[in-house]
Design a protein around this ligand. Structure first.
Ligand code: ATP
Length: 600
């Protein structure tokens, strides 16, 4: 942490050091002046009253100045540490954010080792202490330690071995207790995955999305119980270490008392033998008291350990998540022709899973054409989309974009050429304009484009109905804001993907784009499908055959392999798996029980 300070601000570091040294030396100077005062007063009879008065006045002024300096320098040191600490905390937060957003893929978000690092780097489980807190605590402890050394230096003028013995004794006692605190902290930080569990339960109870189920299923007491169970498991290591070290504090106190007693005995004996004047005795005794007062352990030690613990984890996170390379901040797409995509002998298995989703998978996606992917749950449709959009890398085989392997041409650049409605698309708690405009963030001001894309996605009527139109805040968590229905959000997500296409994206991915739409909206989307996919290469995933039948080509996926491929008419004529699935769905609308089929 200290090594990172000069790059924050050299003048602030200079001010901090100056204030620390000043604040540490001032009390020692006061102790010396006190001793002198005692000598001057007791020697007044010998040296004359006038001379003593002069001395006393001078020492009084010096003591007042020293006191003032001490009062001023401690807050100055704290302010300097605070300012440096704020900069450091901000820089580390930025680095965690940059590291988390660095990779082009999303696989790291499912890797428990990386999640452990993210948890630690964000300071979870550290009682909320930041590097700023750690730095302020370091300044406090720094003053104390410097003061201890200065006190020891003063005692050394009397007997160097006494100073050394006191310093070493107090040092050993303090180090022992600090090490004990550290063990406790490491016991806690060694279990980030366990810490995430109570955090999950606590955060879950606050999620508006979970509120309904918590009430309907009566989960309140269970959540409470579960949180405490998980918390006990997570904290067990820390508590055990605290229990093991419970005798340490009384031992430390006894140790400090014994050292003090010994020190005073040595001083007292010297004074009684006439080897020490009353003034010197006062000064050394003051130094001895000062030395023992600043030793020991305070909450500052905990703040240093916990607040600075994130720093090595931030470094480890940066090493674990190398950025996506030169294309990590890829430029905006510039349009151009629609791409061809080819999966060549692609094999892919999710991290931690034994079963591969794809092994030796081949697929061609033609330029400017629409491809629909159908198949039962778990067939691999969404995984196909994740591979296609570079969220995961295949373990073997290649994905070629216009003949160039994706791994070579740059995933970030490719991702910017994609407009997508993912199955789990985002509800941005922002304005309607932002919700659509974030499809091409460089063109947020393109109001005509926003309107056009909303229109094509069937969202115009919905936006017109909002109190403040495009500027309406789409979240009930903000004053004047409001939430939307599932289908309304889905239309905005489609408008967002179309806005990306308007501004240069050339691959359109639609993963279940109609799952929340009503019958009328779905029919409108189907009618517009050809115009929506015009000029782009598109991949559509849907369980609704009324939508997929519009695609130029349909592939049926089963267990990660292409079972059938062809146009709707060809596949129906072939009378295979596709035809069977199509008939089941069609029968639900046309058969005797079709009355309830509108939701089918
Ligand atoms: N993040 C993940 N980690 C591990 N396994 C996963 C993950 N996501 C999906 N799977 C597994 O991969 C297989 C393919 O899942 P995928 O989501 O691609 O299926 P799908 O065809 O899109 O299904 P659905 O129609 O239900 O959306 C399934 O066995 C699933 O359990």
């Amino acid at each position: 942490m200290l090594g990172m300070l000069p790059s924050q601000s050299l003048p602030l570091v200079g001010l901090l050091l100056f204030a620390l040294v000043g604040a540490a030396l001032a009390p020692v100077a006061l102790t010396i002046a006190n001793g002198r005062l005692v000598d001057v007063v007791s020697g007044a009879a010998v040296h004359g009253q006038a001379a003593a008065l002069r001395h006393v006045t001078m020492l009084g002024v010096l003591i007042a100045l020293g006191f003032l300096l001490q009062q001023l320098l401690v807050p100055v040191a704290q302010q300097a540490a605070d300012a440096l600490g704020r900069r450091l905390t901000r820089q580390l937060r930025d680095r965690v954010m940059a590291a988390s957003l660095g990779p082009a893929g999303v696989g790291h978000l499912e890797d428990t080792d990386t999640l452990d690092l993210v948890t630690g780097a964000q300071g979870v489980g550290t009682a909320g202490f930041t590097p700023r807190d750690a730095l302020i605590a370091t300044a406090n402890i720094g003053v104390a330690r410097l003061q201890a050394v200065a006190c020891a230096a003063l005692i050394a003028v009397f007997h160097w071995w006494l100073a050394l013995a006191l310093l070493a004794g107090f040092g050993i006692l303090t180090t022992g207790v600090v090490a004990d605190y550290r063990r406790g902290h490491q016991a806690l930080m060694g279990t980030p995955a366990r810490l995430r569990r109570p955090s999950y339960v606590r955060d879950f109870a606050r999620e508006p999305e979970a509120a309904k189920e918590i009430r309907v299923f009566g989960l309140r007491d269970w959540l409470d119980l579960r949180f405490h169970q998980e918390w006990r498991i997570a904290m067990a290591g820390l508590w055990r270490s605290r229990r093991d070290g419970r005798l340490l504090m009384p031992l430390l106190s006894a140790g400090v008392m014994a050292m003090q007693l010994w020190g005073f005995t040595v001083l007292g004996l010297a004074a009684s033998h006439g080897d020490l004047s009353a003034g010197r005795f006062t000064a050394y005794a003051g130094a001895l008291l000062g030395l023992s007062a600043v030793m020991g352990v305070s909450p500052d030690n905990v703040k240093i350990d916990q607040g600075a613990a994130a720093i090595p984890l931030v470094r480890a996170l940066e090493r674990a998540l190398p950025s996506g390379g030169p294309d990590a901040t890829a430029p905006a797409p510039v349009g151009g022709p629609a791409p061809t995509v080819r999966f060549e002998a692609v094999s892919f298995r999710y991290p931690g899973r034994a079963e591969p989703v794809f092994s030796g998978f081949d697929l061609d996606i033609e330029a400017g054409r629409s491809l629909a992917v159908v198949g039962v749950n778990g067939a691999g449709k969404s995984t196909l989309v994740k591979l296609l959009s570079g969220m995961y890398r295949p373990q073997s085989g290649r994905i070629l974009i216009d003949g160039v392997p994706l791994a070579e041409s740059g995933t970030g650049r490719w991702q910017r050429r994609i407009g997508a409605v993912f199955q789990d698309f985002v509800h941005y708690e922002l304005s309607a304009a932002d919700n659509v405009g974030l499809g091409a963030v460089e063109h947020l001001g393109d109001l005509d484009g926003l309107r056009l894309c909303a229109d094509r996605a069937g969202a115009t009527e919905l936006i017109d109905r909002l109190d403040q139109g495009w500027q309406s805040m789409l979240s009930s968590k903000f004053p004047g804001g409001r939430d939307l229905s599932g289908g309304e959000w889905q239309r905005l997500a489609l408008a967002r993907a179309l806005f990306a296409v308007r501004h240069g994206a050339r691959l359109l991915i639609l993963d279940e784009p109609a799952s929340a739409l009503d019958v009328r909206a779905e029919a409108e989307l189907n009618d517009r499908f050809l115009s929506l996919t015009e000029g782009v290469t598109s991949v559509l995933i849907s369980h609704r055959f009324s939508t997929t039948r519009r695609a130029d080509r349909i592939v049926v996926l089963e267990h990660g392999t292409v079972l059938e491929s062809g146009s709707h008419d060809e596949l129906v004529a072939a009378d295979g798996a596709y035809a069977r699935m199509f008939r089941i769905q069609a029968d639900r609308f046309t058969g005797p029980r079709a009355g309830g089929g509108a939701r089918g």
